[in-house]
Design a protein around this ligand. Sequence first.
Ligand SMILES: Nc1ncnc2c1ncn2[C@@H]1O[C@H](COP(=O)(O)OP(=O)(O)OP(=O)(O)O)[C@@H](O)[C@H]1O
Ligand SMILES: [Mg+2]
Length: 582
Amino acid sequence: MARIHPLPDLLVSQIAAGEVVERPASVLKELIENSLDAGATKIDVQLEQGGVRLIRIADDGHGIDADDLALALTRHATSKIASLDDLERVASYGFRGEALASIAAVARVTLGSRTAQAAHGFRIQGDSTKVEPAALTSGTVVEVADLYFNTPARRKFLKTEATEYAHCDEVLRRMALANPGVTFGFVHNGSVRRRLAAGEAQRRAREILGDEFFAHARALDDPAGPLRLHGFAALPAYSRSGRDEQYFYVNGRFVRDKVLTHAAREAYADILHGSRHPAYVLFLELDPAGVDVNVHPAKTEVRFRDSRGIHQFIFHALQRALAVPPGMQTAMSTAQTALNTQNERSYFASLPRQSPLEVNQAAATSYLDFARSAFADAGQSMPSVADGNAPLGYALAQLQGIYILAQNETGLVLVDMHAAHERILYERIKQQLDAGPAPAQALLVPLLLNAGSGEIATAAEHGEALALLGFDIAPMGPQQLVVRSVPALLASGDLPALVRALLADLKEFPASRVIEARRNELLSTMACHGAVRANRMLSVPEMNALLRDMEATERADQCNHGRPTWVQFSLADLDKLFLRGR
Ligand SMILES: Nc1ncnc2c1ncn2[C@@H]1O[C@H](COP(=O)(O)OP(=O)(O)OP(=O)(O)O)[C@@H](O)[C@H]1O
Ligand SMILES: [Mg+2]
């Protein structure tokens, strides 16, 4: 048996590097964090070959004293903490004193720096202790060349240049989102990929996430004692097939955390289809003592002292932001959203997107007066559109059996009749179910349905769950089902379609899965089939009743599938359509 012996220093660092330096992007993350910790306001990143050949980063931070240069590359040497107490309330990105040493163990590193007081800079190579004078402006320059040149096994795990570059770009996006006050330059193989000027958080988020995200985003800023959640959350109309646009930060640090993502997921549960993923950039701020960041070497995981409290806070803050009832939106005017959406479909392609609306108030008022008197003349008793109790206004007409046209104080409101009704039903059934089994309505004439063996088996197996939802559905021979009762709220819907869709949903769920867990999806199916279908003629009073129901129903501006249920066109928006040629 071999005797025990201490490992050589380089090997120890190489082992440590295995945890921190997974790929070029992880090097980039560590280096940008160091620059930010040094108070940099400008960070320039240069990559070659996806960062494998070279990562060079130059900052204008406070720099490193010449006497400390060699220490900076040494393991367990840091300027950021000195005691356990410091560790427990650490506010800097770094604290382990390991990143540079780990990187220097698996790549060729050059570290150059100049403090504001020094007459010139100094430089050191990773494999030497010799410090040489160098011509540098104040700040720090780190070059990391030939990653994994001395650890070939590791090198084999690197992916294509394009993939490694994409990971680096993602790191840059994350860091840039959280640090809007810092100017970033990003160059790959000699060509400029990003130039981000220091500025407002909103502008930075827009540059990184794009106009489309922003057209559907709600801003939130929810301070609650020592906690604060701020950022931007996209409404379901902008949802994703993956989790690629979920940015969650804790005290400025990008993290992947189950507590946080679960809370966000829950906040969206009612308005987002189960197979879609929300998009958001959210910053949670709390006392550093309330969160342990020393959980994982790469620091992307955290542990909260009070994870239950944090979960509740995030869930409620986000749900509130997403549920602002129609007519009271804050982040973005619905009209602008509508126009942007239309633009995406190139319907109003020649409309300038962001230019200020240019109609003057007098003109707007006279249009309004004109519209009012016109409708008064038509014999309609038109309630005042300035009525603060009716943000969605009053119905004018139905268009093609699909849309309701209404006018409110701002101008024209277009409502997707089916989507809006679906939303209202969904919330109502949900409220009823929360109070107990849904009230069922017995059908005067039971409904007989031809059914396949799968549907019959599902109905038999899930009889109890169906009863909770208000359905009495039973097999009636080998090829038929009999429906004796349905939820009262849905009795006027398309029952055969409703029953079939519901059985299809139930069949998909593994038998062991509790219905409760899929309840919201079942509710969506039920509401969709219970809601008025296209081509149903509605009277003006019926339409007005729907508008009032929408106002009373939280989240009524999103149908359950995540489509918007209504849009607002202001008079200025409408005028714009006609002033195009000017
Ligand atoms: N860009 C920089 N500007 C100024 N000082 C720097 C810079 N990069 C590194 N340093 C100094 O070098 C030290 C070592 O950096 P290193 O990244 O290895 O450790 P750390 O940031 O302290 O902790 P961690 O391992 O958690 O990142 C830092 O504590 C800091 O004093
Ligand atoms: Mg560091």
